[in-house]
Ligand binder design. Structure first.
Ligand code: F6P
Length: 319
């Protein structure tokens, strides 16, 4: 029997637990012995690597976060610690790793593979959906649904109280979460880092709307825009003339019950990752594209920026 391990790195997402469950199931089906690495790359260094059984993954399919923990490891950037990680894996006879994380984690694995020969398949997992080469990252749908539920609730109070609400989503420098949420939650205004904006362009129109009886405004801003959410809110009060509040959704976007879509995608990503490793895809990222699942190189995925889908941007423009 060959051994295979899985770890989660970087920001956790809802969908990691279903992926862990299926990792154990599918490894057994493929006659592999599954191992969990606890706390991301930190666990590789600290030898927190344990055989995983069915009982480890029972009752986790409906849980957000990751049962095996995650981290952003500084130590793994240092060769001294990567050598310790390699020695720990050697002791257990593990030479295949499935890595759930973002492009920073993939770059770390790339260096590790080149030094140690530990093969890996990476599964894009971040709510930011900012990884080049894949249309979908695990956890995005669950995050979008959390945002949708939150904004639906905010709309109730906004409309009752005649207020503007500025809702801030996560995403780092990528406006995907804000953009899709603005489209699907009917926001009046969406501000994202990828699009230049000038408040003056909206002033006359919004004032007219208020004069004509509009009761409330919902604005969705991505955390990476040049202004703070409070600045946007102040603009509504000072220039448009409506009381305004800020809601920063924060880390609730990363947790909660994984959606059906994320559970299914978790299973598919895992199947492809394990199949790829067995078929000697020694260093790849499994990406989801319009042509289905495709194995891509680290260079293509981790070394180029991700651009937002033009179709989505056009939808926003014609709102
Ligand atoms: O990359 C995922 C993410 O949730 C970003 O959207 C956000 O900017 C960041 O992580 C928050 O990081 P932390 O959990 O370290 O506060």
């Amino acid at each position: 029997m060959k051994n295979i391990a899985i770890l989660c790195s970087g920001g956790d997402v809802s969908g990691m637990n279903p992926a862990l469950k299926h990792f154990v199931e599918y490894s057994h089906r493929k006659n592999l012995t599954p191992y969990f690495v606890y706390n991301g790359f930190e666990g590789l260094i600290d030898n927190k690597i344990q055989k995983a059984s069915y009982s480890d993954v029972s009752g986790i399919i409906n849980r957000g976060g990751t049962k095996i923990g995650s981290s952003r490891s500084q130590r793994f950037m240092d060769k001294k610690y990567r050598d310790i990680a390699k020695a720990n894996l050697d002791k257990l006879g593990i030479d295949m790793l499935v890595v759930l994380g973002g492009d920073g984690s993939f770059r770390g694995m790339d260096v590790f593979y080149k030094e140690s020969g530990i093969k890996f398949c990476a599964i894009p997992s971040t709510i930011d959906n900012d990884i080049n080469g894949t249309d979908y990252c695990l956890g995005v749908d669950s995050a979008l649904n959390i945002i949708k539920t939150s904004i639906d609730s905010i709309r109730d109070t906004a409309s009752s109280f005649k207020r503007s609400f500025v809702v801030e989503t996560m995403g780092r420098d990528c406006g995907y979460l804000a953009l899709v949420s603005a489209l699907t939650c009917g926001a009046e205004l969406c501000l994202i880092p990828e699009i230049e904006y000038d408040f003056k362009d909206y002033e006359e129109d919004f004032k007219k709307q208020l004069f004509n009886g509009r009761d409330y405004f919902i604005t969705i801003v991505s955390e990476g825009i040049k202004d703070s959410s409070q600045t946007v809110s102040n603009w509504f009060e000072e220039k448009i003339g409506i009381e305004s509040r800020v809601v920063v959704l924060g880390h609730i976007q990363r947790g909660g019950n994984p959606t059906v879509y994320d559970r299914l995608m978790a299973y598919k990503f895992i199947n492809y990752a394990i199949d790829g490793l067995l078929a000697r895809q020694d260093e790849s990222v499994i990406c989801y594209t319009k042509d289905g699942f495709v194995y891509k190189s680290i260079e293509e995925v981790a070394n180029s920026p991700k651009y937002l889908d033009l179709e989505l941007l056009e939808l926003l423009e014609c709102k």
